[in-house]
Design a protein around this ligand. Structure first.
Ligand SMILES: [Zn+2]
Length: 329
């Protein structure tokens, strides 16, 4: 792995707070890893969202020698301007003033709180920082993000703001990219992404998902690939190998977002697929290798993952990041 180049263009940041984080990368980072798990969110006891997976992943990356403490970059809360690239001002105001109705809160799946606002903004900010790093240096990872169920005017499925919706729209609006590909391999359809980019031909949304799972009402992505429940490695991987390369070649994006959702794994409490740990590792390597082979900048975001036991999820992410870093750096 080589060090990240030290010729960073500071003007590319919409959020001036990010300047501090960039200074860290100048120290000599290998793989930009952006994290936001320092922004805690109070959840009721026994809430099914495994909030601790973020901190555990950070620890696991250090334990396995993929990164040390200084390699992590703190995600900065996204500015209002960045959030409004994809969301309505009314929704932004409602979230920030904790004015979601009980029904909206239920659909979101999280109780609203000031802490949730901070964390949700940081999640978008982290994806933004990762995007800028990737455009400059080829690859960045954020240990959050992939909040693909958030729509312009509402949140659902544990997604308050749509990180890729905000960042891709802002990158397009400011002329930093002309075409963006979203490879969404979370087990649930990226309905928020599909809706946010529905009228945006410069963004190609690819969603591999379980047709018998949430969301019940699917939106239309650029390409939806649906599988039945209990889909296993072979069917999934052969389809991926058929579908992804031609999209990369013909659409020819300037930036690829990879939502490496781990809820495809067998035993996930909210997924319905039966992919093995080995199958998921192959999936990630195939995506990363395909993108790298075409010299495309890539941002890897986490997406979902709700296993009984977090070990396999952590293993899969560590392996993917290690492999990605070995190619790009
Ligand atoms: Zn999911």
């Amino acid at each position: 792995m080589r060090q990240v180049k030290k010729n960073y263009d500071f003007e590319t940041f919409a959020n001036s707070d990010s300047f501090l984080s960039i200074q860290l990368i100048l120290i000599g980072l290998v793989l930009p890893l952006i994290y936001s798990d320092v922004y805690p969110v109070p959840l009721p006891e026994n809430h099914r969202f495994p909030m601790r997976k973020y901190a555990l992943l950070r620890e696991q990356l250090m334990y396995e020698g993929v990164a040390d403490e200084n390699d992590f970059i703190l995600a900065q809360p996204a500015s209002r301007e960045l959030i409004l690239a994809a969301h309505t001002p009314e929704y932004w105001d409602k979230v920030c003033t904790l004015a979601l109705s009980p029904q909206e809160e239920r659909r979101l799946g999280f109780p609203q709180s000031p802490e949730l606002v901070v964390r949700s903004r940081a999640s978008v900010g982290g994806t933004w920082q990762a995007s800028i790093f990737a455009l400059k240096n080829g690859l960045a990872v954020t240990l959050a993000g992939g909040t693909h169920h958030a729509f312009a005017d509402r949140g659902e499925g544990f997604c308050v703001f749509n990180d890729i919706g905000c960042t891709a729209k802002h990158l397009l609006a400011t002329g930093k990219v002309n075409k963006v590909l979203v490879v969404d391999l979370d087990v649930h359809q990226g309905n928020g992404n599909a809706a946010i980019f529905a009228d945006e031909p410069r963004v190609f949304t690819l969603s591999f998902h379980c047709k018998d799972n949430y969301p019940l009402k699917k939106e239309r992505s650029s390409l939806d690939v649906e599988f039945p429940a209990f889909t296993r490695d072979n069917a999934y991987l052969t389809t991926l190998q058929d579908v992804l390369p031609p999209i990369l070649t013909t659409f020819n994006p300037d930036l690829v977002y990879y939502i490496a959702g781990m809820d495809v794994m067998d035993g996930d409490r909210l997924g319905k697929f039966s992919l093995s740990l080995e199958g998921v590792k192959q999936r990630d390597k195939f995506v990363i290798q395909s993108v790298h082979r075409r010299n495309k900048p890539m941002v890897v975001v986490m997406g979902g993952g709700y296993p009984q036991n977090l070990n396999d999820l952590l293993r899969a992410y560590v392996e993917a990041y290690r492999f990605a870093a070995s190619l790009y750096y």
